[in-house]
Ligand binder design. Structure first.
Ligand code: BGC
Length: 522
């Protein structure tokens, strides 16, 4: 029997323990971190399409919008300060997630979540009470710092708390809470935009205080993970906590493996240099390419700018916000489909199906917008059927993303890294994601202005490239225990040349690694 745990029928190792109400509660509270991230993604697009907000902070954009519809619609929102408002958050998040990795490791996951919550509160308040553009940007930078801390700590917390059998579902649970956050923000924007007097945007931006308080208070009542306690030398407390979390007395196998995992990860002096070794080439490639491609699907064009986009193609402000609510609902529902299907149909199937679906929709949307707006951006009369076709195809596109690149963009990297590089590789995945979220947010409105409907064809091109990449280079990881993951590279026509036999050690070593991998994550 391999060290620690025991082997169950499907070859996966098992520790005693169940999904206790306690662990469920802690995970639900911790997942609120995703809610806040989603709220931020969803709120800015709606706010930047509210005339009272634009008039006050971005008068030149407002004036352009007010000019008659015969002017170029593609460029009405093209303003560097407006895009800076949206995208400053992601740059701040990128920087703070690097700082957070040290806080999380040295002082525990809870403290990072607490910092995240407090920074969020501060940012939300400054935004809600903003009088000048600089206050808006400072507020969003603080929100970004909060997101960096929360996003660094929360997935790690969930993975360490969750019984290993439910880790996959809880991972996608985090994505689900992101999508719920986006939807809540869009619904609120819809109602707040109707407030007479035009101060609804203050409620939209200030509303981030509510999820922020939930995670702040939550992090005060949540226990830290046993893993983190062990890393910080609190062995006895960790054992007691593990018993409570798992709901069983006999936790010694898992506990011993946690201790071993902690020792092994601490013995690696240069995790970043380690990552550059030839045998980790496939992992490094995926750590960079998967988040890069996830952002190059163009999803955040819809998430950030759906109301702006709908406004551009001729919807009224009200109809634009309502359409954003519709796409937000599709996003949540389709994520549930992925929770259901990911272990049944496999990752590759979802990636390829979702890619094809997105491609078709992007082509149709580009054709629709191109046909009506031409290259000079003047629409003329826009019939109702036209609006319905565009919104329908955008919804089908969002569904395609939400059951493929959305959750899998986070899940697949987290399941393919061997323990010794997991932490460093996961940081790369998070950083690449934030950088490209920033870039897309920063340049989208300018690209819409210059590339016009061709913008959708640019993303369509990338969807083709990423689907070919998945088809050729990404092995199926469904149903394969983490510790056996080495085999998928060894038997791969291309990656096998990097990952030679024996690179992953003997069976006993693998057993040890599996137990560590099951508990020490990210
Ligand atoms: C992505 C975000 C995106 C969200 C949409 C996440 O997986 O990382 O950039 O806005 O999905 O639901």
């Amino acid at each position: 029997m391999p060290a620690g745990g025991f082997v169950v029928g499907d070859g996966q190792k098992a520790y005693p323990g169940k999904l206790t109400p306690f662990v469920l509660f802690t995970c639900v509270v911790a997942a609120m971190g995703g809610l806040i991230f989603g709220y931020d993604i969803g709120i800015s697009g709606g706010v930047t399409s509210m005339p009272s907000f634009l008039k006050r902070f971005f008068p030149s954009v407002y004036r352009k919008q007010q000019e008659d519809a015969s002017t170029n619609q593609y460029c009405q929102y093209d303003s560097p300060t407006l895009t800076m408002f949206t995208s400053s958050l992601y740059l701040a998040a990128l920087i703070s997630s690097l700082v957070a990795s040290t806080v999380t490791r040295k002082f525990g996951r809870r403290l990072s979540m607490l910092f995240g919550g407090i920074l969020f509160c501060a940012g939300a308040l400054i935004n809600g009470f903003a009088k000048h553009v600089w206050m808006l940007i400072v507020g969003r930078i603080l929100l970004g710092f909060g997101i960096g801390f929360a996003n660094q700590a929360v997935p790690l917390y969930l993975s360490e708390m969750a019984p290993y059998k439910y880790r996959g579902a809880l991972n996608i649970g985090f994505q689900l809470s992101i999508t719920i956050g986006i939807l809540v923000a869009e619904v609120l924007n819809y109602f707040f935009a109707k407030i007479k007097g035009g101060w609804g945007w203050r409620l939209s931006l200030g509303g981030a205080v509510v999820p922020a308080l939930i995670i702040t208070i939550g992090s005060l009542v949540l226990p830290d993970t046993p893993n983190s306690m062990i890393e910080r030398g609190q062995h006895e407390e960790a054992k007691t906590k593990l018993r409570r979390i798992r709901g069983v007395d006999d936790v010694s196998q898992e506990f011993d493996d946690l201790v071993a995992a902690s020792k092994e990860s601490q013995s690696i002096e240069h995790p970043w240099r380690n990552l550059l070794r030839r045998k980790y080439r496939p992992h490094l490639t995926m750590a960079v390419m998967i988040p890069f491609f996830q952002q190059l699907t163009g999803i955040n064009v819809i998430m950030f700018y759906a109301p702006v986009l709908f406004n551009t193609i001729g919807f009224t402000t009200d109809a634009s916000l309502m359409s954003a609510v519709v796409t937000g609902s599709v996003n949540v529902a389709a994520t549930l489909v992925s929770i259901y299907g990911v272990d049944r149909w496999g990752r590759r199937f979802l990636f390829l199906e979702g890619g094809t679906q997105m491609l078709i929709c992007q082509a149709v949307v580009a054709a629709c917008i191109g046909a009506k707006f031409g290259v000079d951006g003047t629409p003329g009369e826009l019939p109702k059927w036209y609006a319905i076709v565009v919104v329908t195809f955008i919804c089908i596109y969002v569904a395609g993303f939400a059951w493929s690149w959305g959750p899998l963009g986070w899940l697949v990297p987290s399941e393919i890294f061997p323990l010794e590089i997991r932490s460093a590789a996961q940081s790369i995945t998070v950083s690449v994601n934030m950088i490209f979220t920033f870039i897309i947010a920063q340049i989208f409105l300018t690209m819409l202005c210059h590339l016009k409907f061709g913008l959708f064809l640019v993303f369509a091109f990338f969807v083709v490239v990423m689907s070919i990449f998945v088809y050729i280079f990404l092995p199926e990881t469904k149903g394969i225990p983490i510790e056996e993951m080495g085999q998928v590279w060894r038997s791969h026509w291309y990656w096998s040349r990097f990952v030679e036999d024996g690179e992953y050690g003997n069976a006993l070593e693998m057993g040890k690694r599996s137990n560590q991998a099951g508990t020490k994550h990210v």
